[in-house]
Design a protein around this ligand. Structure first.
Ligand code: FAD
Length: 305
């Protein structure tokens, strides 16, 4: 990381809220469900599917998990009422996984019940390695109850190829990403190309075992490799998808993918807790502040603000 980037990221919590707010405007649809649905409609109109994420994680109190659960129920209602091409992504820690797995399960079961009413899909985001196994276990339990759900594998973890094999089975739907947390060398690849190689090995495994993989990356090299792989294996375009975070400047590539007949889904976060999310995006990509400064002066067809 360059000195200037390190300086900006290190001092980010001290930056004026206005500046972080500019970052949030790039990555977050807005404070409310209506903001999220409006961005989904905007992107649906351009051929993209959506997945709505309500911002917030590491919930410590039972009441807060119930509020999260209720907001997801409202989101599923809102998606159904608006007829949007959109599902939901959630963090199990926000539903109480770290407080009590049964509390988490009870919240999740209600969300899955509501998703079932609308025949919609629910994705469990993957968090740090302290709850990888618990998330996979919860996913296995949930899929017995309602098969239209799935979780995420992180290519930086050594265990991921085995986890992919264990997730094989009818209707298995897995998002594959590099991984967003800082993990130690004894469990995670540290080299940039090593992570890419494990991403591609896992992508191949998922496709060959008949799972529905979602290639969640902005790495243009990986996107091209995935395009080549699906062509080589002759996989139909309704058997996989690409995914991207709303706001990451890869619009031209995503437009090209849609035009070429691939399914592309935007991950669209919304909610009042945009501050922590934006700081994380900034830590993930220190060069972001440059994009942000540029974004203040530019507009994208893929954003509303
Ligand atoms: C749809 C989706 C869902 C995800 N879900 C999870 C999850 O559940 N668990 C998890 O651990 N991680 C998740 N991630 C994050 C992921 O693990 C990576 O941390 C993140 O996508 C960056 O990796 P990359 O593959 O884009 O490659 P990189 O090599 O990091 O980035 C490729 C290019 O994109 C640019 N870029 C990447 N991120 C940003 C950004 N935020 N802003 C501006 N430019 C950026 C980089 O500058 C670089 O030019 C998700 C990512 C996506 C796209």
């Amino acid at each position: 990381m360059g000195l200037l980037n390190r300086l900006v990221v290190g001092s980010a919590p001290l930056l004026p809220r206005f500046f972080i707010g500019r970052i949030a405007a790039r990555y977050v649809a807005g404070d409310s469900l209506d903001d999220g649905l409006a961005l989904v409609a905007h992107l649906n109109g351009q051929g993209f599917a959506g997945t709505l994420d309500i911002l917030g994680e590491e919930v410590q109190e039972t009441d807060a998990t119930l509020r999260f659960r209720n907001t997801y129920l409202e989101a599923l209602d809102g998606i159904a009422n608006s007829g949007a091409d959109c599902n939901v992504s959630l963090k199990l820690s926000a539903l109480g996984l770290r407080i009590d797995p049964e509390l988490c399960w009870n919240n999740l079961a209600l969300i899955l019940d509501r998703a079932r009413e609308f025949d919609n899909f629910v994705r469990f985001d993957m968090e740090d390695s302290s709850i990888t196994q618990a998330t996979l276990d919860m996913c296995r339990r949930a899929r017995e109850f309602y098969p239209q759900c799935g979780t995420v594998l992180q290519a930086y973890l050594h265990r991921t190829l085995d986890d992919a094999r264990n997730l094989a089975g009818s209707g298995s739907n897995v998002r594959l990403c590099k991984g967003a947390y800082v993990e130690p060398g004894k469990i995670a690849y540290q080299g940039y190309q090593e992570v890419r190689d494990n991403f591609m090995a896992t992508a191949r495994q998922l496709l060959e075992q008949g799972s529905y993989p979602c290639f969640a990356t902005h790495d243009l090299w990986l996107i091209e490799q995935c395009e080549t792989l699906v062509a080589e294996l002759g996989v139909a375009p309704d058997r996989y998808e690409f995914q991207a975070l709303s706001g990451v400047p890869v619009e031209a590539t995503l437009d090209r993918l849609v035009a070429a007949g691939h399914r592309v889904r935007y991950y669209i976060p919304f909610g009042p807790e945009w501050y922590a999310y934006s700081l994380r995006r900034m830590r993930e990509n220190p060069a972001i502040w440059r994009h942000t400064v540029r974004a203040i002066f530019s507009r994208s067809r893929h954003r509303r603000r």
